[in-house]
Design a protein around this ligand. Structure first.
Ligand code: NDP
Length: 503
């Protein structure tokens, strides 16, 4: 591949040994610790290694966050000063956008053009939640004669933030941006598969002026580093983005320790294509909904429900377009789908072809490891036609470029199928019939209903899932609720009569 074809402005250095970052300092690896390889899914090569943080190191990170919260400047700072630092983070993220995008593209296989959008979004997250923190307000009550009651909001404390590998910058930054501007501190544990952009992101926070200890980073496996973090008694809350099985385990730990928890989990979102839709746009939207971000996204429209009257035409065109999707080096502007993030994940995605066929589904296209490019964890864009919604490919999150199509006759049936899922993260509907759209909006049990658009994240609106897709929402109102404590201070306005024990 010619160097000119790659659009990055330049190559950036890769940290050869990723370690924790605690109290603003890079931690030197201790003798006898465990290292894990960090890979490039496009070349299948190891490009770095990661030092796992053991429970002792995790404890040091929590103590740092605790100190920064209990006695550091961050929660005590004038809100304008804290806001200025969040704005400085925004500006530094923009300034270093190309480096962050490059590192994430290298390590995850996400197309560079997608990650560039994620980085711009990260910058907006810090700007937006700094504004939310600076405009939040309390309440006063003076109805009870002789008393003034003032209700104030205070930061909640130390957050354990856990992030997945599919879009580390977008998802980890969302966790941090909804927590830190309110005066909280945190310890972030990203996935051990994708630590490169995470480590650089936390360095950039410090370069932007974030005081030491406010954001600490520990790396390692979920069962070791993640578990040590979420079970640490000195944290005050847990924010988790990842799979439903892990979410359940973390919620159990949180329950034992009585820690509040926000969970952003998986999905198996229905994408309803009605005969009243603009079919060309619905086709574009359905393809983007399942093949965007390599199909590795919680909000993928992975169950495509097509009304029978238009099904033959729609499915034929969907398959023809899926066959033309350009796989390739994720740094190339022409690449539409990159490699999956790591080998075991690619194998898991491919295993769903047998699962589909065992349930009577028909393979329409794809279903194999791609041969072009010859190297890398590439999966051919895949589509299957399922016989019914109980098939495993309709119920389980596959998390790759793997579309499951189903047909239906009536809107009632489509809504019933959409709701017959343990998940409820997002749903899509394509139709120009307002009444049909409104019925979907009212009757579908999911946190977001996207109408005639593949995915539009409105930061001002809550985002999160019904059912097994999560607990809580990211968004101004819900993040204030989750990240702050309410305190009522009751002040008599005149001397009230007091009981005089022992007088
Ligand atoms: P996992 O649930 O496997 O892991 C998520 C994170 O949790 C990783 O950092 C993981 O570490 C860590 N972890 C695992 N076990 C524990 C534990 N016992 N205690 C603490 N931490 C632990 O998810 P994936 O990384 O595979 O991400 C894919 C999933 O994330 C999909 O299901 C997807 O739908 C969901 N997701 C949800 C989103 C949403 O907003 N609703 C957005 C994006 C993804 P390790 O990597 O070492 O296992």
């Amino acid at each position: 591949m010619s160097a000119e074809a790659i659009t990055i402005s330049r190559e950036f250095p890769v940290n050869p040994h990723v370690t924790s970052l605690i109290d603003g300092e890079s931690i030197r690896p201790k003798a006898g610790g465990e290292d894990f390889p960090v890979g490039n899914p496009t070349t299948e090569q190891q490009i770095s290694k990661l030092r796992e943080a053991d429970p002792e190191e995790v404890d040091a990170a929590v103590r740092s966050a605790r100190r920064a919260f209990d006695s550091g400047p961050w929660p005590r700072m004038d809100i304008n000063e804290r806001k200025d630092i969040c704005y400085s983070i925004r500006d530094h993220l923009r300034k270093n956008a190309e480096e962050l995008a490059y590192l994430e593209c290298l390590n995850t296989g996400l197309p560079l053009h997608s990650v560039r959008v994620h980085v711009q979004r990260m910058a907006r997250n810090f700007e937006f939640f700094a504004e939310v923190a600076s405009t939040m307000h309390g309440e006063t009550y003076n109805q009870t004669k002789g008393y003034l009651t003032v209700v104030t909001r205070e930061p909640k404390g130390v957050c354990a933030a856990i992030a997945p590998w599919n879009a580390p910058l977008a998802l980890a930054s969302m966790r941090i941006a909804t927590v830190v501007p309110f005066g909280n501190t945190c310890v972030l544990k990203p996935s051990e598969y994708t630590p490169l952009s995470m480590r650089r992101m936390v360095e950039i926070f410090h370069e932007a002026g974030l005081p030491p200890g406010v954001v600490n980073l520990v790396n390692g496996r979920g069962a070791v580093t993640g578990n040590a973090l979420v079970s640490n008694p000195d944290i005050d809350m847990i924010g988790f983005t990842g799979g439903t099985i892990t979410g359940r385990a973390i919620a159990a730990t949180a329950g034992r320790n009585l820690k509040p928890i926000a969970l952003e989990l998986g999905g198996k979102s229905a994408n309803i294509i009605l005969e009243s839709a603009n079919l060309e746009r619905a086709l574009d939207g359905a393809l983007a909904g399942i093949f965007g971000n390599n199909g590795q996204q919680c909000l993928a429209g992975s169950r495509i429900l097509v009304q029978r009257s238009i099904a033959d035409r729609f499915i034929e065109q969907f398959v023809a377009r899926a066959r033309q999707i350009r796989l390739g080096d994720p740094r190339l502007p022409t690449t539409e789908v990159g490699p999956l993030a790591f080998r075991q994940h690619m194998e898991r995605v491919l295993s769903f072809v047998q699962v589909a066929e065992a349930d009577g589904a028909k393979l329409l296209t794809g279903g194999k490891r791609a041969t072009r490019p010859a190297q890398g964890w590439f999966v051919e864009p895949t589509a299957v036609l399922a016989p019914h919604n109980d098939a495993r490919v309709c119920q389980e999150e596959i998390f790759g470029p793997f579309a499951t199509l189903l047909t239906f006759d009536t809107l009632d049936e489509a809504i019933a199928i959409a709701n017959a899922s343990k998940f409820g993260l997002v749903n899509y509907v394509w139709s120009d019939d307002l009444k049909a759209v409104m019925r979907c909006s009212q009757e579908i049990r999911a946190g977001t209903v996207w109408v005639n658009t593949p995915m539009m994240r409105e930061l001002r609106a809550p985002f999160g899932g019904y059912k097994e897709s999560g607990i809580g929402r990211d968004g101004p109102t819900s993040s204030i609720e989750f990240c702050t404590e309410l305190k009522a201070t009751i002040i008599p306005t005149a001397d009230a009569a007091l009981p005089r024990y022992g007088a």
